[in-house]
Design a protein around this ligand. Structure first.
Ligand code: CTP
Length: 263
């Protein structure tokens, strides 16, 4: 090493280094603005097994969640990053938890509490199959009947954490709304229904290229209004969100309000 120290070490993954450098030069979140703030981020899709070789999933790449995690870490936050099987490499974070299913994601989120801020960027599968088969489902020999899969709803992690009535509820809960129709109306209804504090709405219709893509066009909905951002790189969307969180924190600190209790 340049300083003359000698011994075994391990370099961070090259993808993580590239991501950190890119984030640094494209959107510089105010370093230190989130020092000591505990933030939980969920990201990526979930995979819901049907049998040992098949699963239900969605097109989430995990890019927006990873960009948010990287921007938070760059701003000094203590990030717990809970991710499903995403294509995007995970960001630098204090704690990284990898999960497969919605139920595992739920348990990892609950185990990570208390935190000050929770951001639910994951595209959690809404349903899982009622009975996961232990062996591979085979085609019927006469090829007459296709298997009928019975689905049951997964826990709604965002709604559950938003509606916690204990001190474990994070002071700021931020959800996403992935919509294809009536984006803003649906997002407004989602904000009310789930009872999170902020909601980031995006149009994930195939022609937007947002789901699985590199850019996002988001509208931030809060109790005090709506703010539409231009179509931006997902890193830039993450930087804007982190700047908003820093503003929120500065305001709370000014008012002498505290966050969730220490672990
Ligand atoms: N979410 C969650 N747990 C679930 C489903 C969704 O935590 N089981 C979170 C997502 O991470 C996101 C928000 O809820 O922050 C909204 O997800 P979205 O897929 O847009 O909405 P749904 O709850 O699936 O509702 P709908 O299918 O009616 O659009």
């Amino acid at each position: 090493m340049a300083c003359g120290e000698f011994g075994f070490g391990r370099m961070a993954e090259p993808e993580q280094l590239v991501q950190a450098v890119e984030t640094y030069f494209t959107n510089v979140p105010v370093a230190g603005s989130l020092d000591g703030l505990r933030v939980l981020v969920t990201s990526g899709p979930t995979h819901e097994p049907i049998d040992p070789v098949r699963y239900l999933a969605n097109r989430s790449s995990g890019r927006q969640g990873a960009a948010i995690g990287a921007a938070l870490t760059a701003a000094g936050a203590e990030v717990t990053f809970v991710t499903g099987p995403a294509e995007a490499p995970p960001p630098p974070a204090q704690r990284l938890v990898s999960v497969q299913t919605a139920r595992e994601m739920h348990d990892a989120v609950v185990a990570a509490l208390p935190v000050d801020v929770a951001i639910f960027a994951a595209a959690v599968a809404d349903w899982r199959v009622l009975t996961e088969m232990g062996g591979k489902i085979k085609k019927a020999p006469d090829m007459t009947a296709a298997p009928q899969l019975e689905l049951v709803e997964n826990p709604d992690i965002l709604a559950e954490i938003s509606q916690l009535e204990t001190d474990a509820r994070p002071s700021l809960v931020i959800g996403f709304a992935a919509e294809t129709d009536n984006v803003l109306d649906n997002a407004r209804a989602k904000l009310q229904r789930k009872r999170c504090d902020w909601l980031i709405a995006n149009d994930v219709s195939p022609e937007t290229g947002i789901m699985g893509g590199k850019e996002n066009q988001a509208t931030l909905l809060t109790s005090s209004g709506e703010e539409s951002w231009p179509r931006l790189d997902k890193d830039a969307v993450a930087a804007r969100l982190v700047a908003k969180i820093a503003e929120w924190r500065a305001l709370r600190t000014e008012k002498g309000e505290t966050y969730a209790p220490p672990r």
